[in-house]
Design a protein around this ligand. Structure first.
Ligand SMILES: C[S@@+](CC[C@H](N)C(=O)[O-])C[C@H]1O[C@@H](n2cnc3c(N)ncnc32)[C@H](O)[C@@H]1O
Length: 336
């Protein structure tokens, strides 16, 4: 239930209509992912032969491993496989900390804490996520490159304006903001970073972290990201939107970017990350497991769609950068 409420608010669409669709299990599979489900078993067998897939299957009970491999090769939705819930989903729920957390709330920051190596993982399933390209590799690369790019961008704002109000929208416990402050003590006194998140557990964790590191210029704002027009109305000089768009359809992304634009002053940048179809091309097994065990409706648009989305929402598109070397994300730079 928590997941449904968060998503409805975050998308900016009517909570009533979204709730009804999601609760009825009607959120359709991303068409790009579906195309890969339809590949022949011969074309998909390579995904079962990677070292991390082999590691996973060697640690699963035979019945679970066989049903998972068979479903994957056939491209079957879990809901259409007899015994899937009892055998595969129940096993993943009971033997992973990541899967139940994502099933309850796909937007959870707790998975990222593990993929960023701040929290240890236990067991075969969670270690599989940590090893695989989409998990501990691409997410970690994204986190690092976003911090580095944000530092450069903020330095530019400071050269031009002397000060900067930054917002991290859907910040989680503020890992990027904390790194920015720790890497650049000279920003102290001239930047303020508001970490906006709706989840009270995030706020508690983030406040513990800023106390631990003695950081004064980060504030946590427990609000829905779409309800801050009055607070910011054109004052924001820089923004991050990371780990938010990936579960939203194209229209939902446009709607969100339209509502966020009013927070920013003219010429300010917003950096937003979008998962790409490259993830399914290179790590289809992980995409299959995530969707069929947690019901997480991730979207996998082609490279270039983020530019169109920004522009449709009234932003200019300055360019992009990527999580290197994985390149599973297009990380776009919009200009208000
Ligand atoms: C996947 S995490 C991303 C955290 C961080 N940006 C990162 O990349 O490490 C998404 C975060 O967005 C928050 N969130 C979801 N819906 C939200 C909303 N409507 N308003 C504010 N925060 C929201 C969640 O609570 C969660 O902490």
């Amino acid at each position: 239930m928590k997941m449904v409420v968060l998503r409805a608010v975050e998308t900016g669409t009517s909570p009533q209509s979204l709730n009804a669709n999601v609760m009825a299990g009607e959120r359709p599979i991303c068409p790009n992912l579906q195309r890969y489900y339809y590949l022949s078993p011969r074309e998909k067998i390579k995904y079962l032969a990677t070292p991390e897939a082999q590691f996973l299957f060697s640690g699963l009970p035979t019945e679970v491993a066989e049903m998972l491999q068979k479903g994957f090769l056939a491209g079957s939705l879990g809901v259409n496989i007899l015994g899937w819930e009892e055998v595969v989903v129940n096993y993943f729920m009971a033997n992973s900390r990541i899967i139940p957390a994502l099933a309850e709330n796909p937007g959870t920051f707790t998975m990222l804490e593990k993929m960023y190596h701040f929290e240890p993982v236990n067991g075969v399933i969670d270690n599989y996520f940590l090893q695989c390209k989409s998990g501990g590799q691409a997410l970690y690369n994204r986190y690092k490159v976003v911090t580095a790019k944000a530092c450069d961008h903020i330095a530019e704002v400071l050269v031009n304006n002397g000060q900067c109000l930054m917002i991290d929208i859907g910040s989680g416990p503020g890992r990027n903001a904390i790194d920015i402050c720790r890497l650049h003590p000279e920003f102290n006194g001239v930047i303020k970073i508001d970490c906006i998140d709706i989840d009270p557990a995030v706020i508690t964790k983030g406040q513990e972290l800023i106390a631990e590191f003695g950081i004064k210029q980060v504030e946590f704002v427990q609000k829905s990201m779409t309800r801050l027009r009055k607070r910011y109305h054109g004052n924001v000089g820089y923004g991050l939107l990371i780990g938010i768009l990936c579960g939203l359809t194209r229209q939902e992304r446009v709607g969100l970017l339209i509502s966020l634009k009013s927070y920013f002053c003219k010429g300010a940048r917003l950096v937003a990350a979008s998962l790409l179809d490259k993830m399914i091309a290179e790590d289809l097994l992980c995409a299959y497991i995530l969707r069929e065990t947690t019901g997480w409706g991730l979207q996998y648009p082609p490279f270039g769609e983020l530019k169109e989305v920004f522009e449709e929402a009234g932003w200019q598109y300055e360019g992009y950068f990527q999580d290197e070397p994985t390149r599973f994300y297009e990380i776009g730079i919009g200009v208000a």
